[in-house]
Design a protein around this ligand. Structure first.
Ligand code: SF4
Length: 279
């Protein structure tokens, strides 16, 4: 049994909270550049250039790329041969978020749903723990903005709606979202499972590196078709018109009940912030 001290987990989450807010991943920057080559709308091109510039300024100046630094969503792949010592795993993660959002001067965006009173340290984090073989812990942090999260949905389709029904629903969801999720977006789609499993699949789908299609050829073809249809909607960068409404569509699938066809669409904005650390 390998021992990992809870303080190491706190430190990793603290670091990821700050880095995710200041520095966009290479895959996102490459996606901006790639779409700059194909975007034909002058306004759309200008917005994409500003997003590249904004990311560069944030990274060099060491400040957040967006004022909404998001809800800290933490995925934990916990090796079954790991023993966390010196404290509670969940508390270690919350503490890392607390320290990161404070030290990084990141906006605290978490509040009581009724009173709207801010918790003042961006906790509690949303934590998803998955037990896996091995003696490592992989932590992935996603800083999830409110604007794009608000446009996300779970829909229980009829089994007879089939693949075409799913594709139509995802495109319709993006169309109805218009400029609200701060395009160009990344679309996570979860198909199957139950109501809550579909939502989790959609969020997990967002974690995949942009530009990497699904390893399942059927899903990869579906991703391509959805992306093509979305980018014909004309919403464009910043919602100001153009071809680049979304930069990627990622689909994950799970078996479902014979009477159901759950579909979740989790939309992420251009501030597509993810970091991971292996302990
Ligand atoms: S949706 Fe994203 S880009 Fe828009 S304000 Fe929120 S975090 Fe920022």
């Amino acid at each position: 049994m390998r021992e990992i001290e809870s303080g190491e987990i706190t430190e990793a989450v603290r670091k990821m909270s700050i880095e995710a807010a200041y520095k966009l991943g290479h895959d996102v920057m490459e996606a901006f550049e790639k779409n700059l080559k194909t975007e034909t709308s002058p306004t759309g091109r200008e917005v994409l250039k500003q997003l590249v510039e904004n990311a560069r300024i944030a990274e060099e100046g060491l400040f957040p790329m967006c004022q909404d630094t998001g809800f800290a969503v933490i995925f934990v792949e916990l090796g079954q041969d790991v023993h966390v010592t010196g404290g509670d795993l969940n508390q270690a993660i919350h503490e890392g978020v607390r320290q990161g959002y404070s030290e990084g001067f990141l906006r605290k965006s978490v509040c009581d749903p009724f009173t709207r009173e801010n918790t003042c340290d961006n906790t509690p984090a949303i934590i998803h723990i998955n037990i896996v073989p091995g003696d490592r812990i992989k932590l992935t942090l996603a800083g999830k903005g409110g604007g794009s999260e608000n446009m996300s949905r779970v829909m229980m389709l009829k089994p007879s709606d089939g693949k075409e029904g799913i594709i139509d629903y995802v495109v319709q969801r993006v169309s109805e979202s218009g400029p609200n999720p701060c395009p160009p977006t990344i679309i996570g789609v979860g198909i199957g499972g139950t109501f809550e499993k579909a939502a989790l699949l959609a969020k997990e789908a967002l974690l995949r590196t942009l530009g990497e299609p699904s390893t399942d050829p059927e899903l990869a073809a579906m991703e391509e078709e959805i992306l093509e249809r979305i980018n014909r909607l004309g919403i464009g960068p910043g919602g100001l018109g153009g071809k680049t409404t979304s930069m990627a569509v990622h689909v994950k699938l799970h078996p479902c009940h014979i009477a159901s066809l759950p579909v979740a669409v989790n939309i992420n904005c251009h501030a597509h912030r993810h970091k991971d650390i292996l302990l």
